[in-house]
Design a protein around this ligand. Structure first.
Ligand SMILES: NC(=O)c1ccc[n+]([C@@H]2O[C@H](COP(=O)([O-])OP(=O)(O)OC[C@H]3O[C@@H](n4cnc5c(N)ncnc54)[C@H](O)[C@@H]3O)[C@@H](O)[C@H]2O)c1
Length: 410
C-alpha cells in the first residue's frame, strides 16, 4: 500500500457513496456478482484514474470474489481521499495525487506486485510494464482489458510488432463505451473543469477543438451549447467533413491559432499545438488537453518561448512571452477533465464500467482459451449493457416482428 493519508478515508467514502445511486447498471452487476462470484480465487490489478467511480468499480469486482489491487493511470488524476477510502476497506492501493513520474511508475509496479490474473488498464502503461519490464509479474496473467483509445492504439502497435504477450480486450471500442464515455462524458467533464478552473464565460468566445473523433465531437457539441463559436482542426478528411456538416468552421491549426480564445486538444496524437501556432495566438489564450497523454500541446515549445512561467491560479500556469503576451496552460497539459476535475459523470461511467465488469467476467471464464492479441468485446456484452441501461433509465423500445425480421433478412 502506498497512499497519502489514511485519515482522508471518510471524505473518499462520501464521494463513493455519492456516485453509487447514479450507477444502477453497475449496482445490478454487483448484486449478481455476489451470487455468481465470477472472480473467485482471482487477483486483479486496476490502473484507471483513481477517483470515486473507479473505486466503486473496484468494490464491484471484489463483490465478485476478486482480490483487487488499485492504482491510477495518470500522475495528477488520483484523488487522495478516494485512495484512502479504498485502503481503509483493505484494498491494496498505490497512488497519490501529484506524483512524480518516478512515483507514478513505482505505484504501477506496486499494484502489479499483486501478480494479477486479470488486468484492467487505461492508456497502456500497466501493459507496457508487464510486457517489457517485469514479465515475471505476469506469471499468473490470463488476460486484460483496455479502457481508452490511446491504449488500444498502443495494443495494436504491439500486436503488429509481435510484442503483445497476452490477450487484451479493447473495451474502448465497445459501442457502450466510446459512443457515450468519449463523446458525452468528455464533452461534459472537459467543460466542467474549464469552467471551474478559469471561472470565465464561454459564450461568444472562439473555441478551437483539435480532433473531431469521439471526444472532440463531444467537446465541440458542448462548447456550441455554451454559446461558443467552434473551430475544428483535423487531419482526417471524413472527420473534417463531418465537423463542417455539423456546422463548425474547419481550419488548419496555423489559422485557428490566430482566432482561438480557448484551445482543447483531443487527438491522441503528439505536438498538435507547437511553437509556430503559439507564436500566432492571442494574448491570454487558454490551452488545454483532453487526450490521454500530455504530449498534444508541446510543453517544451511553450517553455522555450516563455521568458517566465508563473502559477496564476490552481491548475493554471501562465507562460509569459517576451512580446508581452501570456498563454495559459491548464492542468500542465494533462487531460483537463481528470487532472483538474472529477472526470466523467457517474451515469456515463456506469456504462463504461459495466462493459469492463462483464468483459472481465467473460475473460475470467474463457480468457485461458485465447491466444495473445487484441480482441473486441463480444457484441452480446455490448448489447446487454445497452439493454440494462435503458431499463435503468425507464426507457422501452420497440421489438421487431417476425415479418420485419424476415424483411430485414435476420
Ligand atoms: N479525457 C478523457 O476523459 C478521455 C476519454 C476518452 C478518451 N480520451 C483520449 O482522448 C484521445 C482521443 O480519443 P477519441 O476516442 O476521440 O479518438 P478518435 O480516434 O475517435 O479521434 C481522434 C481524432 O483526432 C484526429 N487527429 C489525429 N491527429 C491529429 C492532428 N495532428 N491534428 C488534428 N486532428 C488529429 C483523428 O483524425 C481523429 O479524428 C485519446 O488519447 C483517448 O485515449 C480521453
Amino acid at each position: 500500500m502506498n497512499i497519502r493519508d489514511i485519515t482522508l478515508a471518510p471524505s473518499g467514502r462520501d464521494k463513493i457513496d455519492w456516485v453509487k445511486p447514479a450507477m444502477p447498471v453497475l449496482s445490478g452487476l454487483e448484486r449478481e456478482f455476489r451470487k455468481t462470484l465470477p472472480f473467485r480465487g482471482l487477483r486483479m490489478t486496476i490502473s484507471i484514474h483513481l477517483e470515486a467511480k473507479t473505486a466503486y468499480f473496484a468494490q464491484v469486482l471484489r463483490a465478485g470474489g476478486a482480490d483487487v489491487a488499485v492504482t491510477g493511470c495518470n500522475p495528477l488524476s488520483t484523488q487522495d481521499d478516494v485512495a484512502a477510502a479504498l485502503a481503509a476497506e483493505g484494498f491494496d492501493v498505490c497512488g497519490v495525487t501529484g506524483a512524480t513520474m518516478e512515483q507514478y511508475h513505482e505505484h504501477l509496479l506496486g499494484a502489479l506486485a499483486h501478480k494479477p490474473h486479470l488486468i484492467i488498464d487505461d492508456g497502456g502503461d500497466l501493459t507496457e510494464i508487464l510486457a517489457d519490464e517485469r514479465p515475471d509479474l505476469a506469471v499468473n496473467l490470463i488476460a486484460g482489458t483496455e479502457e481508452t483509445t490511446t491504449g488500444v492504439h498502443r495494443l495494436h502497435s504491439r500486436a503488429k510488432a509481435g510484442t503483445l504477450p497476452f490477450p487484451m480486450m479493447a473495451v474502448n471500442d465497445a459501442k457502450c463505451k466510446y459512443l457515450f464515455d468519449n463523446r458525452y462524458g468528455t464533452g461534459q467533464s472537459v467543460w466542467a473543469s474549464i469552467l471551474h478552473v478559469t471561472n470565465l464565460v464561454i459564450a461568444s468566445k472562439t473555441v478551437v477543438v483539435a480532433g473531431y473523433g469521439w471526444c472532440g465531437r463531444g467537446i465541440a457539441m458542448r462548447a456550441d451549447a455554451l454559446g461558443a463559436k467552434v473551430v475544428v482542426t483535423e487531419v482526417d478528411p471524413h472527420r473534417a467533413l463531418e465537423a463542417a456538416m455539423d456546422g463548425y468552421t474547419v481550419l488548419p491549426m496555423e489559422n485557428a491559432a490566430e482566432v482561438g480564445d480557448i484551445f482543447v486538444t483531443a487527438t491522441g496524437c503528439r505536438d498538435v499545438i507547437r511553437k509556430e501556432h503559439m507564436a500566432r495566438m492571442k494574448n491570454e489564450a487558454i490551452l488545454c488537453n483532453a487526450g490521454h497523454f500530455d504530449v498534444e500541446i508541446s510543453i517544451p515549445d511553450l517553455r522555450a518561448l516563455a521568458e517566465s512561467v508563473r502559477q496564476r491560479k490552481p491548475s493554471i500556469e501562465g507562460y509569459y512571452l517576451p512580446d508581452g503576451r501570456v498563454l495559459n496552460l491548464l492542468a500542465e497539459g494533462r487531460l483537463v477533465n481528470l487532472a483538474a476535475g472529477n472526470g466523467h459523470p457517474a451515469e456515463i461511467m456506469d456504462l463504461s464500467f459495466a462493459v469492463q465488469a462483464l468483459t472481465a467476467a467473460h475473460l475470467a471464464d474463457i480468457g485461458r482459451t485465447l491466444t495473445p492479441g487484441v480482441y473486441n468485446v463480444p457484441e452480446r456484452i455490448d448489447r446487454d449493457v445497452a439493454v440494462r441501461k435503458l431499463a435503468a433509465m425507464g426507457l422501452t423500445i420497440d421489438v421487431l416482428s417476425s415479418g420485419q425480421r424476415a424483411y430485414l433478412g435476420f
